[in-house]
Design a protein. Structure first.
Length: 541
């Protein structure tokens, strides 16, 4: 699961409820790590032992947490490529190999910049760093300077058909927009969460704005950002060496303002549509450091003359968060459940396809992506630079952090109700002897916060499954979040139930097999908001 806080861009340059972030929230408080440990070498049936073997290697101390851009991640990528080769998958990366190189770049504020407010008819005054403003790194440029009047646009959301239009009656052409990042006032939490920062910045650009400032509503969060003002974030790199992807969409974020800083601009608490009272000038510099990584792509070619060009993608992220800062104790975040076990599931699912002796009608792609923990970066790079025609990708089924610490009695599937994948998923889950349980925490908007959402943004129907929380599930799942999520104790010595891993693989295999062999490709349900927004097949018909 994607790390929620990865520098200034996460502390203050990410939305309060971030889009396309990892489904798992960082717990508010951590309890002690579990004291019970399992024997990672106890005898197991062959299918369970094979799954555990992948996790033993990928989550070993030797790989130091598989951080994207590190040599340790590269070893993990080569391991997955070797497994794909052993299974008999065709290379689907670049230059005839399994790897798709992903150029990465870290970007951070290179100096504290400056912000000056020139009231109409008054004397210019400098805003105070750390008290009034914090600089924002611009992923698209080494230097930034913008001077313009400022207009407050509330949350910066334009969704009139959903009952919220913060731009109604406003002209922001040639101006800086100021907004708060509270969740959109829209009933459906998944749709509300999709109005993330990139979406709001794109809306501002569409309306002719020249920049944006974000008004912090949480004083403690603003103070934390001030302490870490130069901490780096990561995205994929353009050929020019600057940042691409969602963080580079729309107008640039120029700075974050505290409530006190905003009051200086607006003469008190801002109100939507407040007329410009002067000109704000913001300057800043951004430091770029290149890095490299890879997605791993294996293909099982389809055999149907008509359907073989179409591709079903099974995705999982290979990276984790590396080694924590500090000097003592275990600092390696091994990432056994997050997400070595997802990668193990991906590999074992590929084995099932081949072992079935029945080649799929459509091509099936097995995709291990990098830099999920940095903001779904590897999956976004693949979606922007696919190794097969993007129009031929018919669905994505995502495998991300199944918490296999209990015998699951149900499953929760995010996104199934939005497309014709729903009945396929329901049938597969029933075959495992369990039922479907609706999202138990809809406010978290998990559907828009994992790698599959990068495919949704390309109009591709997609789903993401988790074991449910009936019975013993709730306590075990929540216990993992509180104790070992993004911590060194996420190791293979946790009491992982490998037989539940086999069940999880079986459900996902059944889903992928049905998609691969069906006469018709999946389509969005008529009128589905995401299908319409991203112009997916059938949504508007």
């Amino acid at each position: 699961m994607m790390q929620r806080l990865s520098g200034l861009a996460a502390l203050l340059s990410m939305p309060a409820v971030a889009l396309a972030q990892s489904p798992t929230p960082v717990p508010a408080a951590a309890s002690a790590a579990p004291t019970t440990k399992a024997d990672p070498y106890a005898p197991l049936p062959p299918d369970q032992a094979a799954m555990r073997a992948h996790v033993l290697f990928l989550a070993s101390d030797a790989l130091k947490g598989r951080e994207a851009g590190s040599a340790d991640y590269d070893v993990a990528a080569q391991y997955v490529a070797a497994q794909f080769s052993a299974i008999g998958l065709r290379p689907g990366g670049a230059a005839g190999g399994y790897l798709q190189p992903v150029p990465l770049v870290t970007y951070s504020a290179a100096d504290k910049g400056g912000a000056t407010w020139q009231p109409a008819g008054g004397t210019a005054q400098a805003l105070a760093f750390g008290t009034d403003y914090i600089p924002a790194a611009n992923p698209r440029a080494a230097t930034t300077r913008v001077a313009a009047p400022v207009v407050f646009v509330g949350r910066g959301v334009s969704a009139p058909t959903l009952g919220q239009d913060d731009y109604k009656g406003l002209d922001v052409r040639g101006r800086i927009v100021a907004f708060v990042e509270d969740r959109a006032d829209i009933k459906d939490p998944e749709i509300a969460a999709s109005f993330n920062r990139p979406t709001r910045l794109e809306e501002a650009a569409r309306r002719g704005a020249v920049g944006a400032v974000v008004i912090a509503t949480d004083g403690e969060r603003f103070a934390a950002g001030a302490r870490r003002w130069d901490r780096a974030a990561m995205t994929w790199a353009t050929p020019e060496g600057t940042g691409g992807g969602p963080v580079a969409r729309g107008v640039p974020v120029l700075a974050s303002l505290s409530a006190a800083g905003a009051a200086k601009l607006f003469g008190g608490a801002p109100k939507r549509g407040d007329a410009p009272r002067g000109v704000l000038t913001v300057t800043g510099a951004t430091r770029f450091v290149p890095a490299t990584s890879s997605n791993v792509v294996g293909l099982l070619p389809g055999t149907d003359a008509k359907l073989a060009p179409e591709t079903v993608v099974l995705s999982a992220h290979l990276d984790h968060i590396g080694v924590s800062e500090g000097k003592e104790g275990d600092r390696i975040n091994n990432g056994a459940l997050d997400n070595a076990i997802g990668i193990a599931s991906l590999i074992e699912e590929a084995k099932r396809f081949v072992a079935s002796g029945k080649p799929p009608r459509r091509t099936v792609m097995f995709l291990a992506v990098t830099a999920e923990e940095k903001g779904l970066v590897g999956s976004d790079y693949f979606a922007a630079h696919p190794t097969v025609p993007v129009g031929n990708i018919v669905a994505d089924v995502n495998l991300d952090m199944p918490v296999l610490l209990y015998r699951f009695e149900d499953m929760t599937v995010f996104g199934a109700e939005r497309s014709t994948l729903g009945p396929i998923v329901a049938s597969a889950v029933a075959s495992a002897g369990v039922g479907l349980t609706p999202d138990q925490d809809p406010g978290q908007a998990f559907f828009v916060r994992s790698d599959h959402y990068r495919f949704v943004e390309r109009g591709i129907p997609s789903v993401f499954l988790w074991p449910g929380q009936k019975g013993a599930g709730a306590a075990a799942f929540q216990g993992f979040l509180k104790s070992c999520y993004h911590r060194p104790c996420d190791e293979v010595t946790q009491p992982i139930l490998w037989d539940q891993g086999v069940r999880f693989v079986d459900v996902n295999y059944r889903i992928a097999r049905e998609i691969a062999d069906a006469d018709a490709r999946p389509v969005w349900n008529r009128g589905d908001w995401f299908g319409l927004k991203y112009k997916g097949p059938m949504a508007g018909k």
